[in-house]
Ligand binder design. Structure first.
Ligand code: SAH
Length: 408
C-alpha cells in the first residue's frame, strides 16, 4: 500500500474530516491516478484512506477516515446504498432526483442524477474514474434501472488530467426524457445541456416561485438566466392556478425569459407548449442579461417578479471580490426594474460567496437602487443536494426572496 505523507501541522483539516488534501500540504508520496493510498501525518499517524489525483491541486480525496476500512467494491456499493436510501427520507416532488452529491455523500467527485428511468453520472475525480465500472454496476443493481448515461464532460476533469467523456455507460436508447416535477413537466436531453441536463437543485425554489405567482397579482414576470425555462413554467402554472382558484380570470400574466444559450431557449419554448400554456404569454430573448436589464430600464419597463439565477461567478473564495461586484450590479438592476410590492428571487450558486456575504451584497444593491425591501424567504439547494457538515463548500446554492416595500 502506497502512502502520502503530509507536512508537519497539515493534518488538522483531515482530523476535522474535511475530505480534501491540497498539494501544498503533501511532504512526499502519492500514487497512480485514482489509486487508494494511506494518508498519514508527518509523524506517521494514520489519517485517512484517499484516492490520489496526481495532477490536481486537490492531491487526494478521502474515501474513509477509518483505518480498518478496506476500500473495495463492497465499500463503494455500501456508500452508494446509504446515499440512495437517504433520498427516501424526504418527499421529493419529482421523478428527477440527485442520488449522489459528491463529497457531501462520502463519494468525492461523483454526481449521480436519476431522471425517470434514466441514470446520469459525472465522474469528476481520478478516484471515481478508477472505480467507474464498479460504480456503474452497483447503481444499476441498487436502483433496478438499466440505463446509465455518462456526462463526464465537465471542465473540472481537465484539472484531474482526465479527458472529457460522454455516452451510454450501461443500456442505451433515446436520450430525451420528460421530467414530472411538482405540477408541471420539463423536457430535457441527458446528452445535451448543462451538468447532467438540468438544474435539479432549484426544484423547491421553482415551487416557491409557483406559490408566489399563485398568491400574487403578477402581470409582468422576468426570468433572467432562464436556461430551459424552469422558473418560467412555474410562474405560468402559478398564474393559471390563480385564475382557476379565484375565478377572476386574471391568470394571463406574461413572462419574459432571457438566456444567452439558443438551444436552452428552444427547450424553454417547448416546455411552455408541453404544459399547455399559450406561447403568446411568453417572450424569449437570446441576449446578455446585463445588457437587457439596462435596456429595460431605459424603456421604463417594470416587473412584478424577477428571477436572477446567474451562472457561478465565484467558484472559490479567491474570486469572491470581483464576483461580489458583479452580483451587486446585477441585483441593483433587478431592484430598479421592480414595481412597488414586486418580488426579487435572487440566487448565487458560487461556493466562494457565503450566505452572509450574499445578503450584504443584495442589501447594498437595494440601497444603491433606492429601494426599501425586506427578505421573506431564505432558500438553498433541495434536500437531495445535502451539505456534508465538515464540507461547507457543499453549500453552493443560496437564494433570497426580497419584496420591494409596497406603496402605502
Ligand atoms: N434558472 C435556471 C438555471 C440557470 S443556469 C433553471 O432553473 O434551470 C445559468 C444560465 O445562465 C445558463 O443557462 C447560461 O446559458 C446563462 N447565461 C450565462 N451567462 C449569461 C449572460 N451573460 N446573459 C444571459 N444568460 C447567461
Amino acid at each position: 500500500m502506497k502512502t502520502l505523507k503530509l507536512k508537519p501541522g497539515k493534518e488538522k483539516s483531515l482530523q476535522r474530516r474535511h475530505p480534501w488534501v491540497f498539494d501544498g500540504a503533501v511532504a512526499k508520496g502519492g500514487g497512480d491516478p485514482g489509486e487508494t493510498v494511506r494518508i498519514e501525518s508527518a509523524q506517521g499517524q494514520f489519517l485517512a484512506w484517499g484516492a490520489v489525483s496526481p495532477t490536481s491541486k486537490i492531491r487526494a480525496r478521502v474515501w474513509s477516515f477509518d483505518e480498518q476500512q478496506r476500500i473495495d467494491s463492497s465499500f463503494i456499493r455500501a456508500n452508494l446504498s446509504v446515499s440512495i436510501s437517504a433520498r427516501g427520507l424526504f418527499d421529493i416532488k419529482s421523478n428527477g432526483v440527485r442520488l449522489v452529491h459528491g463529497e457531501s455523500d462520502g463519494l468525492p467527485g461523483l454526481v449521480v442524477d436519476r431522471y425517470g428511468d434514466t441514470l446520469v453520472a459525472q465522474f469528476l475525480s481520478c478516484g471515481t474514474e478508477r472505480w467507474k465500472q464498479v460504480i456503474a454496476d452497483a447503481l444499476l443493481e441498487l436502483t433496478g434501472l438499466t440505463r446509465l448515461y455518462e456526462r463526464s464532460d465537465a471542465s473540472v476533469r481537465e484539472l484531474e488530467g482526465l479527458p472529457k467523456v460522454s455516452g451510454w455507460l450501461r443500456g442505451g436508447g433515446d436520450t430525451a426524457v420528460v421530467l414530472q416535477e411538482h405540477s408541471w413537466q420539463l423536457a430535457l436531453d441527458v446528452a445535451e445541456g448543462h451538468k447532467t441536463g438540468f438544474y435539479l437543485d432549484q426544484r423547491d425554489n421553482r415551487q416557491a416561485f409557483f406559490e408566489a405567482a399563485r398568491h400574487g397579482q403578477w402581470q409582468q414576470v422576468l426570468n433572467c438566466f432562464c436556461y430551459t425555462g424552469g422558473f418560467t413554467v412555474a410562474a405560468l402554472a402559478g398564474m393559471r392556478a390563480r385564475s382557476t382558484h379565484s375565478g377572476m380570470g386574471n391568470g394571463a400574466g406574461h413572462v419574459t425569459s432571457i438566456d444567452s444559450s439558443g438551444p436552452a431557449l428552444a427547450k424553454g419554448r417547448a416546455n411552455v407548449a408541453l404544459n399547455g400554456f399559450d406561447a403568446s404569454q411568453t417572450t424569449w430573448l437570446d441576449a446578455d442579461v446585463n445588457a437587457s436589464l439596462r435596456q429595460f430600464d431605459r424603456e421604463g419597463r417594470k416587473f412584478d417578479a424577477i428571477v436572477l439565477d446567474p451562472p457561478k461567478l465565484a467558484p472559490t473564495a479567491a474570486h469572491a471580490e470581483r464576483a461580489a461586484r458583479a452580483y451587486k450590479d446585477l441585483n441593483r438592476w433587478g431592484f430598479k426594474l421592480l414595481n412597488p410590492g414586486g418580488m426579487l428571487f435572487t440566487y448565487s450558486c458560487s461556493g466562494g460567496i457565503g450566505v452572509e456575504l450574499f445578503q450584504k451584497i443584495v442589501a447594498s444593491a437595494a440601497l444603491e437602487a433606492g429601494v426599501d425591501a425586506f427578505i421573506t424567504h431564505r432558500l438553498g439547494g433541495a434536500p437531495d443536494h445535502p451539505v456534508g457538515l465538515p464540507f461547507p463548500e457543499g453549500e453552493y446554492l443560496k437564494g433570497l426572496v426580497v419584496v420591494a416595500r409596497p406603496r402605502a
